[in-house]
Design a binder for this molecule. Sequence first.
Ligand code: PHE
Length: 446
Amino acid sequence: MTERETWATRVGFLVAAIGSAVGLGNLWQFPFKTAANGGAGFVVFYLVAVLLVGFPALLAEFVVGRRTHINAIDAFERLGHREWRFIGVVGVATGFWILSYYNVVGGWVMRYILGSATGAYFGDPAAYFGAVSSGPEAVLAQFLFLSVAVGIVALGIEDGIEKATKLMVPSIVILMIVLAAWVTTLDGAMAGYGYFLSPDLDVMLANAGSVVPFAVGQAFFTLSLGMAIMLTYSSYIDEDDDLPFDGGVIVVTNTLIGVLAGLVVFPILFANGIQPGAEGGASALFVATASGFAQLPFGRVLGVLFFAVVLIAALSSAISLLEVSVAYVTDNYGYSRPKLALGVGVGLFVLGLPSAMDTAWLTWFDTFAYSLFLPLSVLAMVVFVGWVLAADAVDELREGAGDLSRFGPLWLWVLRLVVPAGVLLTLVLGFQDLFLGSDPAAFAPF
Ligand code: PHE
C-alpha cells in the first residue's frame, strides 16, 4: 500500500479542523436556536456546554486519531480493543447520515447566492423558499454542492483539503467581520444585540429543561463531534502537535464565528421588524433573514456576501465529513482517492434524495441525528477514552503538549464523569421532548 498522507503543516491541520467546525451549525443553527430558545440565556448554556462537554470530547477524538494514524473504524483495533470497533462504525454512519441532508441545505445556499444577485426572492421570500427547497431544483442544487465537495476531497489531504481550507477559513473570518461591521449601521442594530446578548435569568431557568439538551447537542454538532471527523483529521498529523492548544484554538474560533453570526443576523432582523423567534427552522434563514435583504439598501450585495460565507463554511464542513468515509476505504482497499470520493458521493446523493424531495424528511433525518445518533456516538467515544484507554489517553494528550499537559488528569476525570453526565441528560431530556412532545418543532432546526 502506498504511504499514508499527512498534513503538510501544523497550520494545515488546524485550519482544516476549524473549517470542519465552522459550518451551518454556526451560521444558521446557532443564531436561530438562540432565538427559538429565549435569546441570550441559550448562549450562556451553550458556552458552558462547549467548555465542559464539547472541548473534552474533542480532545478524546484527537487522542485516538493521532495515536493510531488510521481511519475511525480501524483505530480501535490498532489500540488493541477490537471489541470497541462499533464506535467507529457508529461515527462513520452518523456522519454519512448527517451529510446526506447537509448537502441538500448546501444546495439551497448555492441557490440563494444566485437568488440574492438577481433579487429573485425579493418579491415573496416565503413563496420562493417553498419553490426551491424541495423537488427537482433542490436535487440539482444538492448535486452541484456535493460535486464541489467531492472534487476537493478527490485531490487529497495536502493538495485538496489543506489547500482549500487555507483559503476558505480566512475568507470566512474576513467576510464575517465585514458583514458584522456593515450591519452596525442599521437602525435595529442595538435592539438586535440586546436580544442576542443580554440574558433574562428567569426565562433562562424556566426553560432549562428543554434548552440544555439543545445546547449540548449544538456543542457536539458545531465541533463536528460524534461523526469521526476530528478523529480522522488528527490521524493525518505527522509530528507531535500540541493537542490541547490546537483544540483550544478550534473551540475559540468556532465560538467566535457563531457569535459573529448572531451579530450579523439579529440586527438585520430587527432592522426590518422581523421577530426572530417567530419563525424557527429552515425558514429563519431562508425566509426571515432573506426578507431582510429584500428590504435593505444594497440588499443584493449584502445577500450575496452573506450566503457566500454560509456556502464556504458549509463546504469546508462537508469535505471533512466526506473524508471520514474515504479514509476508511483508502486505508483498507487502497482504491484511488478520486474514484472513492466519487463512489461515496453517489451514495450520499442517493441517501439525500428524500430530504431534497421533501423538507419533512430533512427534518426527520436531522431530529434523529441530533437527539439520538450524535449523543450516543459521543457517549461511546468518551466512555472508551476515559475508562478504557484511560492512562494511555493522558499520555497521548501530553505528548507535545508543553505546559498544558498539567491538565491531563483533570481532563480525564471530566471525560469520565462530566461529559457522560451531560450526554445522558441530553438523551433523556431530548427523548422526553421528542416522544412525549412538549414542542417537537422547537427541536428541529429545519
Ligand atoms: N461543525 C459542522 C457545522 O457546524 C457540523 C458538520 C460538519 C456537519 C461536517 C456536517 C458535516 O456545520
